[in-house]
Design a protein around this ligand. Structure first.
Ligand code: SF4
Length: 419
């Protein structure tokens, strides 16, 4: 019988059903349930160390369930303090879209503004962005209002979680972390067994070719590059990257449209100075743990502000692809930039090439600790096993053709057959 003290931390968007799900978990586990609001109402110390102390006092009597939004700036520090108190947390995110949250607030007849003032739409957007910086142990869709089902999925993850995870040592890339989140088995194939990729989905190749073209476009900004030269450059890159003529035609057709839009709506009016493109980044956490990645573009604005820009081909459509704390990667690049340029803040932008839309974040120097705590927690998830995580995303998996767990056949464009 283990005497390990554990807590399930239930976080999520406003109106995602956190309170009901937390109560259901407590009922099924026969454990105590508390939350940040109860602690505040009781006049308890709600600093990270204070929360850890409160949970420590409750955890003596078995597993506890703790509910908070996960959006507060000190959430990472609170998790750190909970672990330092000898309690192992499982972080469960209830994932609800802004549309669902808005509908539920309307159904509740919510007339009061959010506690901090302002509008609900702004608050919901802020929470959603903030939660994209948080690595979680299990993410459950809360689109359907079914607390029993949601609690069941969290309990399954809780019972199957590998015990006592430690920080994985060595050099770890952001793409490795993302691969693990999508499917631990594909991570095993690629990073543990070192298997060759069996095919390249066309969308992945398109993203690579666009990134290579943009890197040269912005490096060549000083002498200026015409749109015609950019398209010619892209065609040269595609010719070198894609082995099949039919795929090349598709890539050029798709890529040309995206590049023309970007050139006219973004590049042509961009007055920022490009400091570097495709810049390698390495964040050293000490103890042999180094996180690496490649920053798409680093710029300085005319007013001297440093900005990190990450280009994405398109906004991520809803799919079965498991959630990744995608803005945490950008925040990691921000920390590396703050350290290199010794500035008090940097701007982080995720720019979607197809639409020109952007996610924007300001990262202050005093936020680097919480970003690093979140990154360490993300890295540590790599030690959680190699179970397959199937879904429609199998179609885009490099190992789909031979994987016996694949839920769907590999993407079947004529040129994308297995080698
Ligand atoms: S095909 Fe699906 S289950 Fe198999 S490794 Fe890829 S993502 Fe995982």
């Amino acid at each position: 019988m283990t005497s390990e003290r554990r807590v399930i931390v239930v976080i999520g968007q406003v109106a995602s059903g956190k309170t009901t799900v937390a109560r259901e978990l407590g009922r099924r586990l026969g454990g105590r349930v508390t939350g940040i609001e109860q602690l505040r109402a009781a006049g308890s110390d709600t600093s990270p160390a204070g929360v850890a102390r409160e949970l420590g006092a409750l955890a003596g009597s078995g597993t506890i369930v703790y509910e908070c939004s996960g959006a507060h700036p000190d959430f990472e520090e609170t998790l750190f303090e909970i672990e330092a108190a000898g309690i192992r947390p499982l972080v469960a995110l209830l994932d609800a879209s802004i549309e669902t949250a808005t509908r539920r607030l309307q159904e509740r007849g919510q007339r009061e503004p959010p506690r901090g003032g302002g509008s609900w739409s702004k608050h919901l957007r802020w929470v959603q962005t903030r939660l994209r910086l948080v690595p979680v142990d299990v993410c459950v869709s809360a689109e359907r209002d079914d607390p029993s089902e949601t609690a069941g999925q969290i309990l399954e993850a809780f019972e199957n979680e590998a015990p006592g995870q430690r920080v994985a040592l060595g050099v770890v890339s952001f793409s490795r972390l993302a691969t693990y989140e999508v499917c631990p088995l594909s991570h095993r194939f690629k990073y543990i067994e070192g298997r060759e990729e069996e095919f390249t989905p066309a969308a992945v190749r398109l993203g690579k070719c666009l990134h290579l073209a943009l890197a040269q476009l912005y490096v060549a900004k000083a002498p200026g590059m015409s749109l015609g030269s950019l398209v010619a450059l892209f065609e040269t890159i595609v010719a070198a990257e894609a082995p099949v003529e039919e795929e090349r035609r598709w890539l050029i057709e798709q890529g040309r449209e995206t590049l023309e839009f970007h050139y006219r709506t973004s590049f042509a009016c961009d007055a920022r100075e490009t400091l570097s493109t495709e810049k390698r980044v390495a964040l050293d956490f000490g103890g042999g743990v180094v996180l690496t990645g490649t920053m798409d573009r680093l710029v300085r604005t005319p007013t001297g502000v440093i900005e990190v820009i990450d280009y994405k081909t398109r906004f991520r459509a809803f799919s079965s692809r498991p959630r990744i704390p995608d803005l945490l990667q950008l925040a990691g690049y921000g920390v590396a930039t703050l350290l290199e340029y010794q500035t008090q803040h940097v701007f982080l932008r995720r720019h979607y090439l197809e639409s020109g839309e952007e996610d924007r974040l300001l990262l202050r120097r005093d936020e680097t600790t919480s970003v690093c705590l979140a990154l360490r927690r993300w890295i540590r998830r790599l030690s959680g096993g190699a179970a397959p995580r199937q879904g429609r995303h199998c179609r885009m998996c490099f190992y789909c053709p031979s994987c016996e767990h694949a839920a769907f056949d590999a993407e079947r464009r004529p040129w994308a057959r297995p080698a």
